[in-house]
Design a binder for this molecule. Structure first.
Ligand code: GLU
Length: 288
């Protein structure tokens, strides 16, 4: 294995499923600036596990847009679709410990089984509707046993191997030391999907495996992913990976206060460029 970079290492990890917009420009430039200030490294990673939505032309546009913004990163760029064997190895390890199970529930099964949640208990967490546990117990001994079904992490069993967990957050909204307890994880997250039937992995598993493989010391990303961090720290701790420091930045919103999404093509970086704006204009628009 090549030696990992040391010191401050961060990354920007877009999915090539649409144009990058102002929110992405903010995230990428902020990570790049923070790395530069710390005399660290800024990496780019293409998160294309959803092959039904990823397109080569969007990936090409990501390189174009970021280069135009003045950012640079070492080559080769890691592409998640090339990393499947590493995701499967991580799943196999979790399976060997008896921590993952095969889940055949469809969305409507989960909805029906969760119809009467306990009073005060949240219905949704960072991995969607909190799983009622219907398939728990269908433990697998290796990832290949999923065979067209999803694989979920048995959180209660996972915590039998873990103590309370912590991570440090430096973002504006949640700055401080955060503790993840078993009871809170069971109530607010539920058993997360680690491998989707159509992908053989999931966002949570891939991001954790790759951040470790790339030696990411600082994760800088939008505040919409703050709640998912608990899932990532749980996985890092199970798999024996270091826990990076987290910085969840504010989201760029449109004039009505709604957060930008990929479908907000009107705010695509390429359109601003075509309209004659400069990279300095973009930085000013997002407050950098
Ligand atoms: N690929 C994710 C996205 O485009 C970002 C993942 C991350 O930064 O952890 O929203």
């Amino acid at each position: 294995m090549p030696s990992l970079p040391k010191g401050f290492v961060t990354r920007f990890a877009p999915s090539p499923t649409g144009p990058l917009h102002l929110g992405h420009a903010y995230s990428a430039c902020l990570a790049h600036d923070m790395a530069q200030k710390a005399q660290g490294q800024f990496l780019l990673r293409i998160e294309d596990i959803d092959q039904s939505r990823a397109r080569p032309h969007w990936e090409a546009q990501i390189y174009d847009d970021l280069t135009w913004l003045g950012l640079s990163w070492p080559l080769p760029v890691m592409r998640q679709s090339d990393q499947m064997p590493r995701y499967h190895a991580a799943l196999d390890q979790l399976a060997e410990w008896g921590l993952i199970y095969r889940c055949t529930c469809r969305r409507r099964d989960i909805e029906a089984a969760s119809a009467a949640p306990q009073e005060g208990a949240p219905a949704f967490g960072p991995d969607g509707r909190i799983y009622p546990g219907t398939c728990r117990g269908h433990t697998v001994t290796c990832a290949a046993e999923a065979a067209g079904a999803a694989l979920r992490l048995d959180l209660a069993r996972a915590f039998d191997r873990l103590g309370d967990l912590h991570f440090t957050e430096t973002g504006p909204r949640h700055a401080g030391q955060h503790k993840i307890t078993r009871d809170a994880a069971l109530a607010y997250i539920g058993d997360p999907v680690l491998a989707r039937p159509d992908m053989g992995t999931s966002y949570h598993l891939s991001v954790v495996v790759d951040d470790a493989a790339q030696g990411i010391s600082h994760v800088i990303r939008g505040a919409d992913l703050f709640e998912a961090t608990a899932i990532h720290v749980i996985l890092q701790s199970l798999l024996g990976y270091p826990v990076p420091q987290y910085h969840h930045h504010a989201l760029i919103r449109d004039a009505d206060g709604k957060r930008l999404a990929k479908r907000d093509d009107a705010r695509a970086i390429a359109l601003y460029r075509d309209a004659g704006h400069t990279p300095a204009d973009i930085r000013a628009m997002v407050g950098l």
